[in-house]
Design a protein around this ligand. Structure first.
Ligand code: HEM
Length: 228
């Protein structure tokens, strides 16, 4: 037997699975691991001349943190489809967790660039910002992410109201696209990685378009079905 959404009764036990108690803490620890590894490896390479990040630890660290930024953006976009497929509604609150980690990793990526790569040289910062399209695009994504980070508290959700908060947080869609374009323009030759990230972002945004379209069509279909 199926419910209104076409889900078998036997699947409803899966749908009602509760969040395991340990999940939020384990998730947060796991999300911190790449940042700890990157900071440790960069510090060790710069101070003790180890080569965890190879011969150019700053560039490698920048790359590592940039890629994790994109992974967290993609993880936050994946929460809604995963929740809709599994029925695990408790996943919803982790969209915010992934979004905040994306912002944290973006700040680390930007700090590595500003402090270690261009070493706060005003001339280089201005030149990059005005002459290098991939930096302009990265900065646009960073600026768009600030309002999301500032409104990620429970208080902001209450103050803005769910509808307005959700609408504002749709900014994550252009941010994800800008992140992929930035990556694509930043790589020198092999475009395999940005292409793979691009496919993930396109699939996750495509899922939303299809859902939105089928929901728009559903009342129309119901009207036609009910027509004499
Ligand atoms: C959502 C925003 C962003 C995402 C997702 C992101 C992601 C990435 C990724 C994945 C890379 C690796 C490219 C590669 O080296 O193969 C990268 C490189 C880089 N990013 Fe970002 N980034 C973002 C914003 C920024 C911002 C705001 C800046 C600085 C203003 C910046 C500066 C750089 C630099 C300098 C590189 C190194 C490129 C090279 O190897 O020469 N990024 N970024």
């Amino acid at each position: 037997m199926r419910d209104a959404e076409g889900i078998r009764e036997s699947d409803l036990t899966i749908r009602s699975i509760r969040e395991p108690k340990w999940f939020p803490a384990v998730l947060i620890v796991l999300c911190c691991v790449p940042a700890v590894l990157a900071s440790g490896a960069m510090a060790s390479d710069i101070i003790a001349h180890t080569r965890y990040f190879g011969s150019n630890p700053v560039k490698e660290g920048e790359h590592f943190l940039g890629e994790w930024t994109l992974r967290f953006i993609i993880a936050s976009l994946a929460v809604t489809p995963l929740r809709q497929v599994t029925g695990w509604n408790w996943l919803a609150k982790h969209r915010r967790t992934f979004g905040l980690f994306a912002f944290g990793y973006l700040m680390l990526h930007w700090l590595t660039y500003a402090l270690l790569d261009v070493q706060l040289n005003r001339g280089d910062l201005v030149k990059d910002l005005t002459k290098r399209p991939y930096i302009m695009i990265g900065m646009a994504a960073l600026l768009l992410m600030i309002p999301l980070a500032l409104t990620s508290t429970r208080n902001s959700i209450r103050r803005l109201g769910g509808k307005r908060w959700n609408r504002l947080h749709m900014l994550i869609y252009p941010i994800a696209i800008l992140g992929v374009i930035h990556f694509w323009l930043g790589v020198k030759k092999d475009i395999t990685d940005p292409l793979l990230y691009g496919v993930c972002v396109a699939a996750l945004l495509g899922w939303r378009v299809v859902r939105w379209w089928s929901r728009r069509e559903a009342p129309h279909a119901a009207t036609l079905a009910g027509a004499p």
